[in-house]
Design a protein around this ligand. Structure first.
Ligand code: CUA
Length: 333
């Protein structure tokens, strides 16, 4: 009985110490959404449970190792224990009750996190290798940065162009896979203004680690101002629009704008220049050639560059987008 009492006290002390350590270890980034509050409550329950279970195992383990170790001169076997029905009932029933409780809390949390606000801001998210694209159907704008107004729910309707990606902003806590051919949904109500990063949380190829996008939470006034600028630059200036698209679709990963050669040819002084082709012929990089190089990149590959590296953007970009990108390339003459 004495041993039980000592172990019980040690387990309690250890539980508090482990919990204190975990609670102050800075495990969590800022709690920046309404949904994060519920997720964190769930985390807190788990951290308490983890602290207790860790202590229960480790304290008993070390107590037994030290107190019941083989004494000097002891040669006999230890006590032969065959089983203990009471103990087995206890360690079956208690974990079942804990699991049922966690299932209840989990279902409750899921309900809270998925609550639908009818006045939510609609944003269509498209993920691809390797870019994020955010379209605001209410304002007819499309961008690679996710701007969100403070304290208003956003309804993210997400789909993928190629493989499975995953939308994850750690400060918002919630995370959702983005599956090609399906539309998945995520609801977020940002509560702290500031800059965050959306990361892809599903291994999606060579540049998975770099698949990041800016998420900026601003107040309503700044949001409206941002919408205005987006709308005006989008309509008025094809070169600016082209530059946006170039950043959005990650063209700059392979094509430089300063004359240096990366995986693909540089765009500096490219437009209307004479370009040697792989077959030995050459071609003038006029508008038609630039357009065809975006839609059918492997048709006329530039000499010295590998073929089949660049994907076709035929199904990704519409005609005005292609023309905007060409206008941007032409502006680098
Ligand atoms: Cu997209 Cu990882």
């Amino acid at each position: 009985m004495k041993h039980f009492l000592i172990v019980a006290v040690l387990v309690i002390i250890s539980t508090f110490l482990v919990y204190f350590g975990l609670a102050h270890a800075g495990l969590f980034p800022a709690q920046a959404s309404t949904q994060a509050v519920y997720i964190d409550q769930l985390f807190q329950i788990h951290i308490k449970l983890i602290s207790f279970l860790f202590s229960l195992i480790v304290v008993i383990l070390f107590y037994s190792l030290i107190v019941f170790r083989k004494k000097k001169g002891e040669t006999g076997d230890g006590a032969y224990i065959t089983g203990n029905t009471n103990l087995e009932i206890i360690w079956t029933v208690i974990p079942i009750m804990i699991v049922i409780y966690l299932a209840y809390v989990g279902a409750y949390t899921l309900g809270e996190v998925r609550q639908i606000d009818q006045s939510a801001l609609q944003v269509k998210v498209t993920a691809g290798q390797w870019y994020w694209q955010f379209a605001y159907p209410d304002y007819s704008i499309s961008t690679n940065e996710l701007y969100l107004p403070l304290n208003r729910q956003v309804d993210l309707q997400m789909t993928s162009k190629d493989v499975i990606h995953s939308f994850w902003v750690p400060e918002f806590r919630v995370k959702q896979d983005i599956v090609p051919g399906q539309t998945t949904e995520l609801r977020i109500t940002p509560t702290i203004a500031g800059d965050y990063k959306v990361r892809c949380a599903e291994l999606c190829g060579a540049s998975h680690a770099y698949m990041e996008g800016l998420v900026r939470v601003v107040n309503q006034v700044d949001f409206d101002a941002w919408v205005k600028t987006q709308q005006s630059t989008a309509v008025q200036d094809p070169v600016l629009r082209g530059q946006q698209l170039v950043n959005q679709y990650g063209c700059t990963t392979c094509h430089s704008q300063d004359g240096s050669q990366k995986i693909g040819p540089t765009w500096l002084h490219l437009a209307d220049s004479k370009v040697p082709l792989a077959g030995g012929k050459s071609v003038t990089a006029d508008k038609a050639y630039l357009v065809s190089s975006i839609l059918e990149p492997n048709l006329d590959v530039v000499k010295g560059f590998p073929s089949s590296v660049m994907p076709s953007f035929k199904d990704t970009l519409d005609q005005t987008q292609v023309e905007a990108i060409v206008a941007f390339i032409q502006s680098l003459k």
